[in-house]
Ligand binder design. Structure first.
Ligand code: SF4
Ligand code: SF4
Length: 372
């Protein structure tokens, strides 16, 4: 460690190193998407880690064997040291990715990021149609700016991923979103149906599509995948509420990824702060390696020992690792419960019924994401 933080000895437990670190540099963001996956209690700018601490943490991640760093937020480009952090990570041998709303970028900054070693940029889009996109993000002129910046990204020779969060208020434009990704020369499109944590859970009724809308979207994606083979890769995430089996959340709790929030707390996933019983450790107090191996929050749901029935005796327990802990807590009040997205969960029918009812009612007004 290149730090003077007080360190207890690292306990030697057998845990494989994570593949990637999600560095949430800031919760500040000029947009206010009502489906934002950030926690409802956002960190203020004054609580953010400084540049030196982020650089030290990047070095610790490399020493652990991490391969990738994803700079995210909020909006990571609000940080004036993004170029410095990118250069530091790139020089240390990490693959660097920027996940951005793009509205604060310009051509010079995109070029600078490319020069200092940014390997890839992901831009989030709220819709293919400007008025609706700007309404969803509550940021006038945002869509136009995103289109411009996507052009700068490709002009700089960087690969581009379009992130499109889809829901009942933009799903009818899915075909146009796919066309937009092709026109922007993106190599990948993530069609992600809203996942209901954080702000999205508050706004669930405004976003939940009907089962029929979802089935239509799945057909559109499948046919576009065939048509665009070799041109555009399309990743597709369905809403958990309509799934039969849960997603393999984060590749399993504490198995592949870790998140560092703007204040330095290390989380097993970006929504983990929604579980009040979990105690998180900070990079201000411990090395990343110590936290990965010893933090109570990571060890609580690692492996299969914690699982209740029906997961405990299920032959998928080392495939989906019991699904998502944050969703289990959000929907059942018990973070140790089987994820209700699984149709073997005793709660599944009730939750599916709730989602379906909401999807057929008039959507409520958005509660926009705000700090404080
Ligand atoms: S989802 Fe919207 S509000 Fe949340 S960080 Fe991304 S752009 Fe900002
Ligand atoms: S019972 Fe548990 S392990 Fe089995 S499929 Fe459902 S969530 Fe996965």
């Amino acid at each position: 460690m290149t730090t003077d933080v007080k360190e207890r000895p690292v306990k030697k437990v057998k845990v494989e190193a994570p593949l990637a670190v999600l560095a949430e540099l800031s919760h500040r963001c000029p947009l206010q998407c009502p489906y934002c996956s950030n926690p409802v209690n956002l960190e203020k700018g004054s609580n953010e880690l400084d540049t030196a601490t982020w650089c030290r943490v990047i070095d610790e991640a490399v020493a652990m064997g991490v391969h990738q760093v994803h700079f995210s937020g909020g909006e990571p480009t609000v940080r004036k040291d993004l170029e410095q952090l990118t250069q530091h990570a790139s020089d240390a041998g990490l693959y660097t990715n920027l996940i951005t709303s793009a509205v604060l970028l310009n051509e010079a900054r995109v070029n600078k990021l490319a020069d200092v070693g940014m390997n890839h940029i992901q831009i989030s889009f709220q819709d293919s149609e400007a008025t609706n996109a700007d309404r969803i993000g509550n940021f006038k002129g945002g869509h136009k700016k995103k289109l411009e910046v996507a052009g700068y990204v490709r002009k700089a020779g960087l690969p581009l991923t379009v992130n499109a969060v889809m829901h009942r208020q933009n799903l009818h434009h899915l075909e146009e979103v796919i066309d937009m990704a092709v026109a922007l020369d993106a190599e990948r499109l993530e069609v992600a149906q809203v996942q209901y944590y954080g702000w999205a859970l508050k706004n669930r009724a405004a976003f939940m599509p009907t089962y029929e809308q979802l089935a239509w979207a799945t057909d559109v994606v499948e046919s576009a995948r065939k048509r665009l083979k070799g041109t555009l890769v399309i990743d597709y995430v369905v809403p958990d509420y309509y799934a039969r089996r849960p997603k393999v959340c984060m590749g399993g709790w504490g198995r592949r990824f870790l998140n560092i929030n703007p204040a330095g707390l290390v989380l097993p996933c970006h929504a983990a702060e929604s579980i009040p019983s979990l105690k998180f450790d900070s990079v201000k107090d411990h090395s990343l390696e110590w936290i990965w191996e010893n933090s109570e929050a990571f060890n609580k749901f690692r492996g299969t020992d914690w699982m209740p029935e029906p997961c405990r005796s299920c032959d998928r327990r080392e495939i989906d690792w019991g699904g998502c802990r944050c969703q289990a807590f959000a929907l059942t009040g018990d973070e140790s419960a089987t994820d209700p997205a699984c149709d073997l969960s005793p709660q599944h029918e009730k939750i599916f019924g709730m989602a379906s009812k909401e999807a057929h009612e008039k959507p409520p007004e958005f509660i926009y994401r705000r700090i404080g």
